[in-house]
Design a protein around this ligand. Structure first.
Ligand SMILES: [Zn+2]
Length: 164
């Protein structure tokens, strides 16, 4: 009985928390369909390959060292694989040793959004494209100066356009 009451109490608390946050679904994840660039689920599945869909639309993570963009050192701009918005510049890319393309800041503050997720049982800051809501990766506090941030990004979420 006590456990039942506790569950009800906790359900009420988390429910109230979720309701107070704009654009959040009941499970606490952001609503990736509530962004300016919208496609139907069928259109997303047709546009993206399986791994891109898993990462961008389902907040999945690619295997470390699986992206050719991890070792991309040319000058250029990294665009969103979902909607083509410019997200990161080669000027802010660094070798983090983690196996995921890493940047110390996005190309502009407006290009990416942030949210807190609890997928691994503790709070992490996730980052997503501000135009289509596509999940990109996570932000950690162990990056290089001047920001001290590490945007740890899935390479499949990005399309690189080298400067010619
Ligand atoms: Zn996008």
């Amino acid at each position: 009985m006590q456990f039942g009451l506790l569950a009800i109490f906790m359900g009420t608390v988390s429910g109230a928390g979720a309701m107070g946050i704009f654009g959040k679904k009941e499970d606490g994840e952001i609503d990736r369909n509530a962004f300016p660039f919208k496609l139907s689920q069928a259109e997303w599945e047709a546009k993206l390959d399986k791994m891109q869909y898993h990462v961008l639309r389902k907040a999945g993570t690619e295997r470390a060292f699986s992206s050719p963009l991890y070792n991309e050192h040319r000058q250029g701009v990294f665009h969103c694989a979902g909607c083509d918005q410019a997200l990161f510049s080669s000027e802010h890319k660094f070798d983090s040793g983690t196996g995921w393309p890493s940047f110390w800041q996005p190309i502009s503050k407006e290009a990416v959004g942030e949210d807190v997720d609890h997928k691994l049982g503790y709070a992490r800051t996730e980052t997503h494209c501000s135009n289509c809501g596509g999940h990109l990766g996570h932000i950690f506090q162990d990056g290089p100066q001047p920001t001290g941030l590490r945007y740890c990004i899935n390479g499949v979420a990005l399309i690189f356009q080298p400067t010619v």
